[in-house]
Write a protein that binds this ligand. Structure first.
Ligand code: B16
Ligand code: MG
Length: 215
């Protein structure tokens, strides 16, 4: 018998591939500052907060702006990013995700979002997925970024379940570490050899069913 009562989903990399739009916007910022930003560089930003991402980007460009300039840069990048994701639609939901959410609800499993993004409401609304989530915890609600467990602990709290009854779905190492620190089970989405300490790892959620949340 599974004791899983709730599933908590990361957004970027689990529900939708917004990393490609983050990449376009960060690259545009880097180019405007006179240096390049590669796909490989972008891997370092997955699951990382907006301001931490900017710090990584500036270290690549070896640029040291003032705090005021940094805020302007982050705002400019976000405006470009929002412009890109405003065109998102249901076709961009990653394979199997919607069917899995339906299956979880049918089985009485509670569902929460646990994302670093401050744009998660816009994304979920454009994907027509908002109504599947019983709680939405995102970058607007938490003060400590993953690997701190705050985002997932708040999710469990809002869902009124114990952390040990939760399963987290995450594509980033910082998120897996956050889930473990919250004393939750964690399913990594991606490659086994790069996602360390996940309880199980799958390439994606195609064909995901109730069995995968059995522990
Ligand atoms: P925003 P997740 C994360 O989403 C992204 O993976 C990361 O690249 C991004 O910097 C972060 O959200 C903040 O996003 O700029 O929209 O607030 O994986 O935690 O769902
Ligand atoms: Mg992610």
């Amino acid at each position: 018998m599974s004791k899983t009562k709730a599933c908590l989903f990361d957004l970027d990399g689990v529900v939708v591939d917004t990393a490609k739009y983050h990449y376009l916007a960060w690259k545009r910022l880097a180019n405007s500052l006179g240096f390049d930003f590669t796909h490989k560089d972008n891997e370092r930003l997955k699951g990382v907060s907006r301001m931490q991402s900017l710090e990584i980007l500036l270290s690549i460009g070896k640029i040291k702006p003032s705090d005021e300039e940094k805020s302007k840069m982050a705002e400019e990048k976000n405006n470009w990013y929002v412009e890109y994701i405003s065109k998102l639609d249901e076709n961009e939901i990653l394979p199997g995700v919607k069917d899995f959410l339906i299956e979880l609800r049918r089985n009485g499993i509670k569902i929460a979002l646990g994302s670093a993004s401050k744009n998660s409401m816009l994304i979920l609304n454009n994907l027509n997925l908002t109504s599947y989530f019983d709680a939405i915890i995102d970058g607007n609600k938490v003060s400590k970024a993953k690997p701190d467990p705050e985002v997932f602990l708040l999710g469990a709290y809002e869902l009124k379940v114990h952390p040990s009854e939760c399963v987290v779905f995450e594509d980033a190492q910082a998120g897996i570490d956050a889930a473990k620190a919250a004393n939750m089970k964690v399913i990594g989405i991606g490659q086994k050899d790069v996602l360390l300490n996940a309880d199980k790892v799958f390439e994606g959620l195609s064909n995901a069913d109730m069995d995968i949340i059995e522990f």
